[in-house]
Design a protein around this ligand. Sequence first.
Ligand SMILES: C[S@@+](CC[C@H](N)C(=O)[O-])C[C@H]1O[C@@H](n2cnc3c(N)ncnc32)[C@H](O)[C@@H]1O
Length: 349
Amino acid sequence: MLAAKVALEMGEKARVLLADQGVLARGMEFKAAKDSLLLPVVSRKFKLPFAFKMVSASFKASSKPLPLKELLARAGFSKKQLETLISSFDSIGDIAIIQIPDELLAKKKTIAKALMESNPRFKVVARQTGGLEGEYRTTPLEIIAGEKRTETIYRESGCSFRLDVSKVFFSPRLSFERERIAGLVKPGEKVLALFAGVGPYPIVIAKKQPKAKVAAIELNPDAVKYMRANAAANKVLVEIIEGDVKKTAPAKFRGWADRITMPLPHTGEDFLDAALAAAAKGCIIHFYCFGPVRDEKTRKPLDPAAPAAEKVKAACARNKRNCKILFKRVVRPYAPYVVQSVVDFKVLN
Ligand SMILES: C[S@@+](CC[C@H](N)C(=O)[O-])C[C@H]1O[C@@H](n2cnc3c(N)ncnc32)[C@H](O)[C@@H]1O
């Protein structure tokens, strides 16, 4: 077939320019020689701003799957349709969770099949049909391709988590946070994981620091069922309590914890009093909260962790606890100009 022969160092530039002009033949492996690269093309009608030769060559079919948007372009999606499709999606184990804009809903099955073709590790594609719901923060889902199931196994930091993505909240995006906090825990520390879900915080912590005493509180009975099974499967000891943090933390853990995790960014501030009741002197609390990155009117940049820090200070004053903010950082983007931050603070008295 036809090929453009370019100097090896111009290969990437040529690939981009040929693709932009729509002449690069897809699904073929490029051929490299000592100092040149052969790129398969479907036409002679293109321009390159550097020296090249037209030659004829044979190419092997590439074993790499094509990217999602490339597959959809081949399926006849217009440029505008491709632009409206969010190319990022969540993946939990072998399940992909995708948001599809209303104008593309009629093509949801084609999109889901292309997603599975471009990412062969996915066995299920589910569409998010609305925002996170209720106290359990679950995601409303519709399966649109693959196997008809919502249970999967997700792996992180040497631990595995079985969970049903339709019955419990789970975010792989907080894996760095869990690893960071687990790395701070010292032998003998008492760690209280609030809003523990299927157990990623307490289990990663208990795995990394087996000499810590780890307890977890979670309201959603399905999440608790999975957390118990996950603790056993990962061979870690976690005291798991099904209950409301507001009642359970002060009643069962008053003054007990050396460290507390609070991953409930929407309404976490309502639980700061309960967390402070469970905090021993010197306890470090990891508090998550949303905050804007800029002022809506003036567009001037803002410290997105400032709302979290204010809530922490107000709660400590209310509970006559002195606190010191040790660390803060942005954890993940959440909405346009809004991010999730974490504030680590120490309870001094
Ligand atoms: C944002 S999720 C975090 C889950 C988990 N820590 C993770 O990172 O995947 C919040 C969790 O808090 C639980 N939850 C909400 N309100 C609660 C309450 N009052 N007491 C205990 N758990 C609660 C929800 O069921 C949900 O599992």
